[in-house]
Design a protein around this ligand. Structure first.
Ligand code: ADP
Ligand code: MG
Length: 575
């Protein structure tokens, strides 16, 4: 919690202002009962109307100042806590942007979303409370006790009974309620999970007729949350009546013992009425303080979740003295590279070595799960190698800045991702200053110009969220065009042709070979047809290199490759 509040540095003047305002407000709160006692003693008892009007006006004025201070303090307080929220949100966002994929895997995207939204809202809400109560409640309570003591010291003994009773009641209720409050958070997470799975899996759920099942699952989670909430509220419902009872009992006690003292003449009525008011002030502020104890643990949990994200040291960082890219053409080399995913038992890649030269096409083939995408993801440093090294033009990629490294790579991921915006906007993700001609040319090479031309607004057509209004193959072609716009030294195509029919696949690769004449091209594929004509084929088998060579060589020497080829040929012949 404290770590989170370190972000409030820029708000120190605001906080000072709040402290002053609250201080004034506490003083007015404490002053009012004294004025009241004067009115009772001098005005009412002696029937002095002008004194009542004069003193009453003063009371109104003092109360007005108090109210103004309270309103101003809570306005500034809201501004501070909202400011804190926005600082935290942008910090988390920036931090997540720097995460390597390893750190993403570690958290999972759904909790990163709740941490950026829900948890920060929790912190914000509690901060408002803390700002308003932290100072006001104890100051008023202590001031009240002192002033009450000055009115009548023996009546103060009543507090010695009432306050411990109050603490016990609140403690009893809280020890039951706080664990339930914590459970509520977990159950909310559960509902979020079910909901999210439903939204992303809607097609599967419909296709497999699982709607009823999903409804039940949601109802279970929802009922669970409801019943916990009801139990929390049943317990909390006790709080107010019990506290009111205590307060009234205390006032009766004060009047009871106070009136005997008035009879004997050792206490005047004004002092008694002031005393009663102090007593309620003290009690109310004790209640406020105990309320804070409910909310702080909830915010504490949220703050821990937020700092957990903020304190991750991203393991992929730029070197202190980065090596400038020596002039080269994108000569890519893997030297004995091994890699293992977080918590995985088996290495995803073991001792992979190969060369990919500019002007040549290097293909990687292997069955699903053989580590092809893993290998592709290592090149732009989405993950760092565990052993060995990856070199571009003889420089270890860990010695370059990430920006420099990635500017040299045109990466087409296995899952085509497009962003909300026009097709042109999406193409300019490849290179911001690309001209319209370059974009159109790239689309032609990627065999995307035909279907884009058929769209009503051509290249200015708006793509909805992630390109929902496109087919898988269309998205793949646009994402290939986006990499082409970049004109990088190294192209990495991770299974980027899988959603294309054989004819488009062949046409695209033919057009591509002209375009990428001087670049290093790495094509990951599962289809033999896609890789057959490559200058070099690397066969991956369970993370190890089973063979490297041209198609004809591998047919002779590599058993794994022969198996892949024969399985696919028979499939195609059957088709
Ligand atoms: P391919 O692209 O050849 O189908 P991948 O490189 O995607 O294979 O996966 C290789 C292996 O690594 C698989 O066994 C897979 O289960 C595992 N794997 C892939 N991604 C992750 C990940 N993010 N975390 C843990 N294991 C992973
Ligand atoms: Mg893959």
């Amino acid at each position: 919690m404290l770590k989170v509040y370190r972000n409030l540095k820029g708000y120190i003047p605001h906080i000072c202002a709040i402290v002053v305002l609250i201080f004034i407000q506490v003083l007015t709160d404490l002053y009012l009962p004294t004025l009241m006692s004067d009115i009772v003693n001098t005005g009412i008892m002696k029937n002095d109307v002008s004194f009542i009007i004069h003193e009453g006006g003063l009371m109104l004025g003092v109360a007005g100042i108090g109210i103004a201070c309270a309103i101003l303090a809570s306005l500034i307080g809201s501004r501070v806590s909202i400011g804190l929220g926005s600082i935290l949100r942008s910090k988390i966002f920036r931090q997540i942007e720097r995460f390597s994929l390893r750190e993403f895997d570690q958290f999972g995207s759904s909790t990163l979303v709740t941490r950026t939204t829900n948890d920060i809202v929790q912190i914000q809400t509690v901060t408002v409370l803390i700002i308003n109560m932290m100072l006001r409640a104890p100051l008023t309570a202590i001031g009240g006790i002192i002033l009450a003591y000055r009115q009548d010291s023996s009546l103060t003994l009543i507090f010695a009974v009432a306050l411990p009773a109050l603490v016990i009641v609140v403690a009893l209720i809280m020890t039951r309620a706080i664990p339930l409050f914590k459970k509520v958070q977990g159950k909310l997470d559960k509902i979020n999970l079910v909901l999210r799975e439903n939204l992303t899996g809607i097609r599967v759920i419909r296709a497999f007729n699982r709607i009823n099942h999903e409804e039940k699952r949601f109802d279970t989670a929802s009922n669970d949350l409801t019943s916990t909430y009801i139990r929390v509220n049943q317990i909390m419902a006790f709080l107010m009546p019990v506290l009111m009872l205590l307060m009234n009992a205390m006032q009766i006690a004060i009047i009871w013992f106070g009136s005997t003292r008035v009879d004997t003449g050792s206490l005047n009525i004004g002092a008694l009425s002031a005393f009663i008011q102090y007593a309620s002030l003290i009690l109310i502020n004790f209640i406020m303080m105990s309320m804070m104890f409910i909310f702080i643990p909830r915010a504490q949990a949220a703050a821990e979740r937020v700092t957990e994200v903020l304190e991750v040291k991203p393991d992929i960082v730029d070197p202190e003295s980065p090596q400038k890219s020596v002039t080269g053409n994108g000569y890519l080399e893997f030297r004995n590279v091994s890699f293992r995913y977080n918590g995985a038992e088996r290495s995803a890649l073991t001792g992979v070595s190969f060369l990919a030269k500019p002007g040549e096409t290097t293909a990687i083939i292997g069955s699903t799960g053989s580590g092809k995408s893993t290998l592709a993801n290592l090149i732009p440093r989405f993950y760092d190698v565990e052993n060995g090294e990856i070199l571009i033009d003889g420089v270890d990629i860990r010695k370059m800045t990430q920006e420099n490294l990635r500017s040299r790579i045109g990466f087409v991921p296995q899952k085509a991702i497009l962003f909300t915006g026009t097709i042109k906007d999406n193409m300019r993700y490849g290179r911001e200053n690309a001209t319209d001609e370059e974009i159109i040319h790239a689309a032609q090479v990627a065999q995307a110009s035909d279907f884009v031309g058929e769209m009503k607004n051509g290249y200015d057509t708006l793509l909805s969220e992630g390109g929902l209004n496109l087919s898988g193959g269309q998205k793949q072609r646009l994402s290939i065009a986006r990499a082409l716009v970049r004109r990088p030294e190294i192209y990495v195509f991770d299974d980027s042709f899988s959603a294309l029919d054989f004819k488009t696949d062949a046409k695209l690769r033919a057009a591509l070979s002209n375009e990428t004449e001087n670049s290093t091209v790495l094509i990951v594929a599962q289809r033999v047809g896609t890789v057959m004509s490559a200058d070099r084929i690397i066969v991956l088998d369970e993370g190890t290199v089973a063979g490297i060579g041209k198609h004809e060589e591998l047919m002779k020497t590599c058993e794994v490759y022969r198996e892949i080829v024969s399985s696919q040929l028979s499939e195609e012949e059957l088709a």
